[in-house]
Design a protein around this ligand. Structure first.
Ligand code: SF4
Length: 138
């Protein structure tokens, strides 16, 4: 996320600009709603330095409007019986549980009939408490 609040997922923009026939029937995009921000600092982490790719003043916090727009466009762009949202980081749980509750709400709103929506979450687990576990089980 840049200081002006705009989100520029380069690869997705390039796919969205392609002629419709060039689009695959299904594709996969990883979501990194806090970018490379993490609450651990593993020596071997290849991803933490990616923070340096962003403009100074970047917030590394996906706003609700971007979350909703991405969810709608990601679901609409796929012609497959299953759509997978893959959450990664950095540490995605630093967005807080309400963010993910909103994400699931948007998925329910935009899900096409007959399409199964899945979520995967790669996390270091530090923030997972009982409330998180109830949410994940649900
Ligand atoms: S927990 Fe993962 S993202 Fe965080 S510093 Fe370690 S390897 Fe990197």
């Amino acid at each position: 996320m840049t200081r002006d609040g705009r989100f520029r997922p380069k690869a997705f923009v390039e796919v969205a600009g392609a002629p419709p026939r060039a689009l695959p029937s299904a594709f996969h995009v990883m979501l990194k709603p806090r970018g490379a921000v993490c609450n651990l600092d593993c020596r071997y982490c290849f991803y933490l330095p990616k923070e340096d790719l962003y403009d100074e003043g970047a917030t590394f916090f996906m706003p609700d409007g971007v979350l909703e727009a991405f969810t709608r466009q990601y679901i609409e762009a796929q012609r497959a019986p299953q759509v997978t949202f893959a959450w990664q980081g950095g540490e995605p749980t630093l967005m807080g549980l309400p963010f993910f509750q909103k994400a699931v709400g948007f998925q329910r709103r935009y899900r096409q009939p007959g399409v199964r929506v899945e979520n995967t979450l790669q996390t270091n687990g530090l923030l997972l408490d009982d409330e998180w576990c109830r949410f994940l089980r649900e």
